[in-house]
Design a protein around this ligand. Structure first.
Ligand code: ADP
Ligand code: ADP
Length: 220
């Protein structure tokens, strides 16, 4: 059972309702866009799915299990949350080796993911000297380490140059083609309409539309 099921999430930060009944599913073998304006609750939802934050109400399951009961190496889910915050003083390959070691994953897999994200020529450099687009690639490499069935990325197109955007679109389609469930957040539908086949549109902490991209474009 590959995928994510989010049901009835509610979360308040003081007077702000960050999540107000958020619920949707992410199925295998496709790219699902998670689209809505800034502040709609996309990052909070992803943080709750990953057990980095708790909801006041509702459930979030990965392959039928809550994040806290998943085992390492992390073959269920890989995530990219905030690429800008990646360890600046670490050399890219060393950072990945350190992350891999903590999951019992070997160096060969590290070099595979470095190749897959196109960082082989700069893997010996410190991440602090990387552009945001390169940090996004490094974060994606980290997310791929455990060869996970589900991939979740928060605004991965941010800071990517045109070549990077084309590359990332191809990568996302390929990851879905390998049978993975892929959830990509964006505040721009245009970033995802050539890549995602399904889209969950959100606003003010809840789902506004949950449909195929073909239907969404036909209705527009
Ligand atoms: P998005 O990812 O769609 O931009 P977020 O999930 O980041 O939306 O934010 C949803 C709402 O929750 C916003 O109003 C945001 O200001 C608020 N919020 C998110 N995280 C916190 C936090 N740690 N403390 C207070 N408010 C927060
Ligand atoms: P330097 O070039 O300054 O020695 P490196 O990037 O080579 O820094 O990393 C030094 C050590 O820190 C390595 O042994 C590596 O495994 C470990 N390391 C790498 N990334 C992290 C991290 N994110 N957190 C903690 N330790 C890390």
């Amino acid at each position: 059972e590959v995928g994510v099921a989010v049901r009835g999430l509610h979360k308040r930060y003081g007077p702000t309702a960050a999540l107000d009944g958020m619920g949707f599913s992410v199925g295998p073998g496709r790219v699902t866009g998670f689209v809505g304006p800034n502040g709609a609750g996309k990052s909070t939802t992803m943080r709750v799915v990953l057990g980095l934050d708790t909801a006041d109400e509702g459930t979030a399951l990965i392959g039928g299990l809550p994040y806290r009961s998943l085992r390492r190496p992390m073959t269920h889910i890989g995530a990219l949350l905030d690429a800008a915050a990646l360890q600046p003083s670490r050399r890219a390959r060393n950072h990945l080796l350190w992350m891999a070691r903590s999951q019992g994953i070997g160096a060969r897999r590290v070099d595979e993911v470095i190749d897959r994200v196109g960082l082989a020529t700069v893997a010996g450099r410190r991440a602090g000297g990387f552009s945001l687009g390169m940090r996004q690639r490094l974060g994606i490499a980290a997310a791929l380490l455990g060869d996970p069935g589900v991939l979740m990325m928060d605004e991965p197109f941010n800071g990517m140059d045109p070549e990077g955007i084309i590359w990332l679109r191809g990568l996302l389609r390929a990851l879905a083609g390998e049978g993975r469930a892929v959830l990509i957040s964006s505040h721009l539908m245009s970033e995802l309409q050539d890549t995602a086949t399904h889209v969950v549109v959100v606003g003010r902490g809840r789902v506004v539309a949950d449909t195929s991209v073909a239907e969404l474009l036909a209705a527009a």
